[in-house]
Design a protein around this ligand. Structure first.
Ligand code: GLU
Length: 287
């Protein structure tokens, strides 16, 4: 096997909350357990929602939590030329088409393929661009969850109407550029995985292996997210967040909440393979 290369890829849309610290920690521990390299990539393609201040606060938070990337931080916003080149490659393969459907006219479920008849025609500017993904493979073996079978997402967006490349396209290309061998991330991204594997195959890239751990939810079952205004973690007291995570995973003999991050990281590392610590569920309820 190639040398393990993993990554944590937060969006620069706000400070880290408990759910994202959990995500960072599991991907970090997985990489360390496998003697791998751990990278941090800032997903900041969406210039309307992302900011360099948020990126900076995320990086500071990771440092104070004792999780330092092994290589310089990667920024998606610096890769637009590379995404554009691969976009052209996909276009030349004839799989892309312009979509003029308004969001309102579309069902909440999978895109029904209404504009697929435009395949093979020149792309229309100011229209979104979708990829014919009828051949997409819906099954894969997940490192954390076992065999996975997903619903078909429909032909998905590769380039948005506002000209931004989609997260699916950028992320699939990033994993290739960065030589990522293992993507360890939350189960909310399971649907993205089959799309990203599909793009990788269309671009003749070798896709990484994937592991999806449960996402943290609040008592009402809502995922902790910046959108749900989950509280930012206290960077001055990393032990508080680590303690909550240890409680959630029902771990014993953990350090005190006041212990420094180095002690906490050492403790988590001493527990062995993180896949063995994590329940095989899609969510975990935190308070
Ligand atoms: N930046 C995205 C997020 O935070 C993607 C993460 C990933 O691919 O791991 O949801």
């Amino acid at each position: 096997m190639d040398k393990y290369r993993g990554r944590f890829a937060p969006s620069a849309t706000g400070p880290l909350h408990l759910g994202s610290v959990f995500a960072a920690l599991i991907s970090f521990l997985d990489a360390r357990y496998h003697n791998g390299v751990w990278l941090v990539r800032i997903d900041d393609l969406d210039r309307f929602r992302c900011s360099s201040e948020h990126a900076e606060s995320i990086l500071q938070c990771l440092l104070s939590f004792g999780m330092e990337p092994d290589e310089p931080v990667i920024y998606q916003s610096e890769r637009l030329n590379q995404y554009a080149k691969k976009f052209i490659k996909l276009k030349e393969s004839g799989q892309l088409y312009s979509c003029l459907c308004s969001r309102k006219s579309l069902p909440k479920s999978a895109y029904p393929g209404s504009c697929r008849s435009r395949k093979g025609q020149p792309l229309i500017s100011d229209a979104s661009v979708r990829i014919d993904s009828q051949a997409l493979n819906l099954c894969f073996e997940d490192i954390y969850q076992g065999r996975i079978q997903l619903e078909h997402p429909g032909d998905f967006i590769i380039k948005r109407r506002d000209g931004l490349f989609s997260y699916q396209l950028a992320c699939a290309i990033d994993e290739h550029i960065d030589g990522i061998t293992q993507v360890i991330r939350g189960s909310d991204l399971l649907p993205s995985t089959v799309m990203q594997k599909f793009i990788a195959a269309e671009l003749n890239q070798i896709a990484p292996s994937y592991g999806h751990f449960p996402v943290l939810t609040d008592r009402s079952g809502e995922k902790f997210s910046k959108q749900s205004f989950a509280r930012a973690t206290d960077t001055n007291q990393p032990g508080l967040s680590f303690y909550k995570i240890a409680e959630l995973l029902l771990l014993s003999d953990s350090p005190k909440p006041s212990a420094p991050s180095t002690e906490w990281i050492g403790y988590f590392l001493s527990l062995g393979n993180p896949a063995g610590l994590i329940p095989r569920t899609y969510s975990l309820t935190a308070n």
